[in-house]
Design a protein around this ligand. Structure first.
Ligand SMILES: C[S@@+](CC[C@H](N)C(=O)[O-])C[C@H]1O[C@@H](n2cnc3c(N)ncnc32)[C@H](O)[C@@H]1O
Length: 227
């Protein structure tokens, strides 16, 4: 169960944390958690502020394929896949790889990349995943698990273990390593219900019996911008 950053080649964007913290209300959070138009393609205060494909997941797909030594014909699942950008890039990075996604957002599935139409399932990870035991050669779940509360979070980690082979999985979750990073996170966060220091997350993984890989989504002081 290594701690490994498989998103190390993901570009770090600038975030106006002060603006988000000032604008954030319970109503914004409620609308964000609907994972509809506003969250993906509405104003930045609700979420992404425009979620468009730009190929940024391609190097990450390459690193994941190398990490698990995936081959054409293998099956990979992205849980919380949104519009399927990583699903598409898995297939571009390794032609013949069978990539699929699942996400709660019908809006995202209806606005997915054309290459992944039919590969995106609409489903809620509060429920059992609609896939047989050990039916995927690798499963990833990026920036999604923290939207659950316990005990659903524990069950979701167990579901990842159930559908993948030999614990070949990678999860990335909201975390912070200092009080400064924690304050930035609390100013920025919209949808997450569970967040913790790495030690807290490792305890959750152990409780769930999750043996896959993991890393943290962190907001660093240098990621912030003032406007
Ligand atoms: C922050 S986005 C992450 C998207 C992508 N994985 C990434 O890292 O850029 C969180 C995603 O989780 C999905 N999501 C939230 N709750 C979910 C649930 N209970 N079941 C499945 N997907 C969920 C949202 O619709 C959204 O696409």
């Amino acid at each position: 169960m290594p701690e490994i950053n498989l998103l190390r080649r993901y570009p770090r964007g600038k975030r106006n944390v002060t603006k988000r913290a000032t604008a954030k209300t319970d109503e914004y959070i409620r609308i964000s958690r609907q994972y509809g138009f506003e969250y993906f393609d509405g104003p930045r205060e609700y979420g992404y502020g425009g979620y468009r494909y730009d190929g940024r997941w391609l190097p990450i797909a390459q690193d994941m394929i190398a990490h698990w030594n995936l081959k054409p014909g293998d099956r990979v699942l992205d849980i919380g896949c949104a519009k399927g950008f990583l699903v598409k890039d898995f297939m571009l990075a390794l032609p013949g790889l069978q990539a699929f996604g699942i996400d709660i957002s019908r809006y995202a599935a209806m606005h997915c990349e054309p290459e992944v139409v039919g590969r995106i399932h609409v489903g809620d990870i509060h429920d059992e995943l609609p896939f047989p035991d050990h039916s995927f050669d690798a499963v990833v779940c990026l920036n999604t698990l923290h939207n659950l509360k316990r005990p659903d979070l524990i069950k979701a980690l167990q579901e990842i273990e159930r559908v993948t082979k030999d614990s070949r999985a990678y999860v990335q979750v909201d975390s912070y390593r200092s009080e400064e990073e924690r304050e930035l996170f609390l100013d920025w966060v919209l949808t997450a219900h569970t967040h913790d220091y790495p030690a807290g997350w490792k305890a959750i993984f152990a409780e769930a019996g999750y043996k896959g890989d993991y890393y943290w989504t962190l907001i660093l002081p240098e990621d912030t911008e003032a406007k």
